[in-house]
Design a protein around this ligand. Structure first.
Ligand SMILES: [Zn+2]
Length: 327
């Protein structure tokens, strides 16, 4: 952390020199206390302005002090480009094996909303029209500014088949956020971007039906359900500063793009591992059941049921038949 003090000289009174010195010492002590306090709290604003009491103003050299605060020295030192830094391919982690559960830690508890209007999700992470939808679609108007959700470095900024004009930002915790279907790219690869910094304009490029932002959250090549990590409401908060991600949150087939899965959050490795044990459940088919009804009521998908039980989508269900549900 560094600080600068802007001293605004109003008037000098030579006969009051001793009094001034005393005031200045007092101010500096107060400033040091403020800085110490801000170091404990990362949600403070980017600067502190202190107005001195009017009684002191006449005598003091200083009547307003502004201290800009930069609190990212820790994160900036992380070698973001250390591994798999490839600015030419969308996913440089293609042939790596991921160990689950993944751990994602955030320094902040808030993110910058990628668009400035209200976030309306038109399609979720999950199975869609027989194909995986690996991000969420947020409604926008072509030309709307799109900003980086967190501090980071631009890893990829080019046209990509399907995604259209695309920007990928890698953040200091290893998470990558992808902003796709842009009408204009406003950054270059290797650019450092701050949380909330402009990266391009929203649009409808690539394989897209109407203007929207296709937002993907990826960790070491694994696409993670964005709503498992972030609250896409007006609070712009992370769901936790310490998140454990099981394989389920990296597989669209466990989710439907049309409704939100139950988002039970795991904040410790133990919770995440325990959740894996109760993931299989035996379901006994009842009168009137259909695959669609069973999947909806148990928060899974028809595709997942068919795959686990090796049955077809149009298979006839018998009353009393046992199905394994992977939840
Ligand atoms: Zn999409």
């Amino acid at each position: 952390m560094w600080l600068t003090i802007f001293v605004l000289i109003s008037r000098s009174f030579s006969q009051k020199l001793i009094e001034l010195m005393r005031t200045l010492t007092l101010c500096l002590t107060f400033l040091m206390f403020c800085c110490f306090a801000s170091a404990q709290n990362d949600s403070l604003s980017q600067k502190i302005t202190i107005k001195l009491p009017s009684t002191l103003e006449k005598a003091a050299l200083v009547n307003e002090i502004e201290i800009p605060i930069q609190s990212h020295s820790e994160t900036q030192s992380v070698d973001i480009k250390g591994e798999f830094w490839d600015t030419t391919v969308y996913n440089p982690y293609k042939n790596t094996i991921t160990e689950f559960p993944l751990n994602i830690k955030f320094e902040d508890s808030t993110y910058a909303s990628p668009i400035s209007r209200k976030k309306i999700i038109t399609s979720r992470y999950g199975w869609r029209r027989g194909r995986p939808h690996k991000g969420i679609d947020i409604d926008l108007i072509t030309g709307d500014s799109v900003v980086s959700m967190l501090d980071g470095v631009v890893r990829f900024a080019r046209y990509s088949r399907g995604h259209g004009r695309t920007v990928v930002v890698r953040h200091y915790n290893g998470l990558e956020t992808t902003y796709a279907h842009l009408s204009k790219i406003g950054v270059k690869v290797n650019d450092t971007v701050a949380k909330g910094q402009y990266i391009g304009k929203g649009g409808n490029t690539g394989n897209s039906r109407g203007s929207h932002l296709h937002l993907v959250t990826t960790y070491k090549g694994e696409d993670i359900h964005p709503e498992y990590l972030f609250n896409f409401d007006e609070t712009n908060t992370m769901r936790s500063k310490d998140i454990w991600v099981t394989r389920k949150w990296t597989r669209p087939s466990y989710h439907s793009s049309r409704r939100l899965s139950k988002l039970a959050l795991y904040e410790t490795k133990e919770e995440a591992l325990a959740s894996l044990e109760k993931q299989r459940k035996v379901y006994v088919v009842r009168k009137g059941d259909t695959l669609s009804r069973i999947s909806q009521r148990n928060n899974t998908t028809i595709t997942a049921i068919c795959r686990t039980n090796k049955i077809k989508r149009n298979s006839t269900l018998r009353i009393g038949q046992k199905l394994i549900l992977e939840l």
